[in-house]
Design a protein around this ligand. Structure first.
Ligand code: ATP
Length: 253
């Protein structure tokens, strides 16, 4: 369906034992947009990514990727996702090209096609000259860009990233965000990235504010700021998490 969102999260609830990590979370990500999932440590961002990428199944609710239900049609749904996890996952003893080739094989890409795709995605990430380099010789920002390139190898229409800029310096962070914005503008990719860094989210088309397992606001940065009658996103975020509705979801009701 043409109007189907890229990603749809409907009434998703997830608990670890007694601890409710996500409490009736619903939002959509429109196709071809760059959306930031903003939340402090413990907000539930990684839990949501784990559910979207089907590392584990949601206790309640429905997640669909371009209309494919993640539980009923996992193959179709997951094929449409590129994923960059929070923890670094490159094999440091392999070259950049070898890291990509290994991953390409997992997606059934081989030979000429794998080589061509690897060259294309590395070039998109400004890493064309680094293919033969051992991963351990790259900077933190370059490693992250290799992980993004790797996630794009199978040409997914949607890229999800869990805190891709954590631990990077200001230039490396800016480079990652610029690349993501360019991918969205030039290729129509849909991006959902999790962050706790307030200064990043003004670059997003849409912001989803997640706090203690609950969605507190969605909309453009300007919209979220205006709704809180705040002067900037930091002030709006502080006001949102101070509201009585932002009660803890860490203990069951
Ligand atoms: P961070 O930025 O610190 O990773 P986050 O926004 O990704 O935070 P989650 O890691 O999803 O948040 O955690 C949400 C809540 O679920 C927190 O209260 C956390 O302590 C709890 N939690 C996460 N993983 C587990 C687990 N495996 N077992 C028990 N509780 C967990």
């Amino acid at each position: 369906m043409a109007c189907e969102p890229a990603l749809s999260i409907e009434h998703v609830t997830h608990a670890y034992g007694e601890r409710i990590a996500l409490d009736n979370v619903s939002f959509t990500v429109a196709r071809g947009t760059c959306t930031a999932l903003l939340g402090l440590n413990g907000a539930g961002k990684t839990t949501l990514f784990s559910l979207v990428t089907r590392l584990f199944a949601a206790g309640r609710g429905r997640i669909s990727v371009l209309g494919f239900d993640i539980n009923r049609d996992p193959g179709e749904a997951l094929r449409r996702l590129g994923v960059v996890f929070q923890a670094r996952t490159l094999d440091l003893d392999l070259s950049v090209a070898q890291n990509l080739r290994y991953h390409a094989a997992l997606h059934g890409l081989g030979g000429y096609e794998a080589k061509a795709r690897a060259a294309e995605v590395l070039s998109r990430m400004d890493l064309a000259g680094r293919a033969g380099e051992k991963a351990r010789n790259l900077s933190g920002g370059q490693m992250r860009r290799v992980e993004i390139a790797r996630a794009l190898l199978h040409a997914p229409p949607i890229l999800v990233l869990d805190e891709p800029t954590v631990g990077l310096d200001i230039n490396a962070r800016a480079a990652i965000l610029r690349h993501l914005r360019e991918l969205v503008a030039q290729t129509g990719l849909t991006v959902l990235w999790a962050t706790h860094l307030l200064d990043e989210v003004e670059l997003a088309d849409e912001i989803v504010v997640l706090h203690k397992g609950r969605i507190l606001a969605t909309g453009s940065a300007q919209g979220v700021i205006a709704a809180q009658e705040a002067k900037d996103i930091a002030e709006a975020f502080t006001a949102l998490i101070a509201e009585p509705s932002a009660t803890s979801a860490e203990s069951p009701p």
